[in-house]
Design a protein around this ligand. Structure first.
Ligand code: SAM
Length: 316
């Protein structure tokens, strides 16, 4: 997403807490357990693939912003435990704000940042601020240390789908992502593909689909409300928390309210096919070990050869 320089003229009930408390406590207590070796290894490679994808996405947008300015300020919306801190460091940003609903994750993110800073010796490292907030209900602008702060990039990785529980929540999340962007700033993110999820559901003879690694279970088939279309995502015990379909055309319309226009959208598979042509990205893929080893025949191949498993078998 890019924030237009000129304001655009074109504008296109659950309990009060909804599922937010469940999501926060889930991520706060997240532990990996009960995985056999093969599942663990497949999940590790899938995570590495997701990480590679985020690295390329983040690297490219930061390069673009650096072409016009030196100092870059970033909002990591739904930062989790700080899985992207190294990417921000590598991207030579100046300032970072990390926000997440899960307080324990935010604390871990902060201590990872503190460690990184201690170990950085003479290297100049970005300053950072940490905020615990339900970004679908609270305004980050009211929690920032500097209310005038402006961002060049907002990154929302594997998070935005939690907001599609209600229109109000989806709008508040979008507002948090976009309202503090400088003109020309970018909103980047990754989220499950609603079309693919529904396609697989429709092809299944029950209300769920998956394989030995992941399972997606919808409450109902044939009914897909624009908001609150809930499904449970399970990755062998790693993630099992309600998520919501994000109907992308609606998201595009909603973003216009914040003067945002869509500049780039790809599925993981398309993104991979496109970006792996670049030598640097290919080397990075190898370094990040986004490869799956097959013990039976000793072969290895890119985890992303089977995007159908990796696109939906989600993450941390
Ligand atoms: N972005 C991180 C990454 O890529 O490593 C973490 C992704 S994790 C799959 C999803 C994150 O979204 C969790 O840390 C969770 O706490 C956060 N989250 C979910 N709902 C949220 C909300 N309403 N406000 C802020 N963060 C939220």
């Amino acid at each position: 997403w890019s924030r237009d320089h000129l304001p655009s003229l074109c504008r296109l009930q659950l309990t009060e807490e909804g599922h937010s408390v469940k999501v926060a406590s889930h991520y706060n207590t997240l532990q990996e357990c009960g995985l056999d070796e093969r599942s663990r290894s497949r999940i590790v490679h899938m995570r590495n693939f997701n990480n590679w994808l985020k690295s390329v996405l983040i690297g490219e947008v930061l390069d673009q912003v650096h072409q016009r300015q030196r100092e870059v300020c970033v909002l990591d919306l739904g930062c989790g435990k700080g899985g992207d801190l190294l990417k921000w460091r590598k991207g030579r940003i100046s300032q970072l704000v990390c926000a997440d609903i899960a307080g324990v994750s935010v604390e871990q993110c902060q201590s990872r940042y503190d460690d990184m800073r201690k170990r950085s010796h003479s290297e100049r490292i970005f300053s950072a601020e940490f905020i615990t907030a339900d970004c679908t209900r609270e305004l980050l602008s009211e929690k920032l240390s500097d209310p005038e702060m402006r961002f060049d990039v907002c990154s929302c990785q594997f998070v935005y789908h939690y907001s599609f529980e209600t229109q109000q929540q989806a709008d508040t999340m979008l507002r948090n992502a976009c309202e503090r962007l400088r003109p020309g700033g970018f909103f980047i993110g990754t989220t499950p593909d609603a079309y693919e999820l529904v396609k697989r559901l429709e092809a299944s003879d029950s209300n769920s689909f998956g394989n030995e690694v992941y399972r997606v279970t919808f409450q109902k088939k044939d009914e897909y409300p624009l908001f609150g279309c809930q499904y449970d995502f399970n990755l062998e015990g790693v993630v099992n928390v309600p998520e919501f379909l994000v109907y992308f055309p609606l998201f595009v319309e909603m973003a216009k309210k914040y003067n945002m226009r869509l500049v780039y959208k790809k599925t993981f598979h398309e993104f991979f096919k496109d970006k792996i042509q670049n030598d640097q990205n290919r080397v990075l893929m190898q370094r990040m070990q986004a490869l799956e080893q097959y013990p039976a025949d000793g072969r290895s191949r890119l985890a992303s050869d089977r995007p159908e498993e990796y696109e939906h078998a989600q993450r941390h």
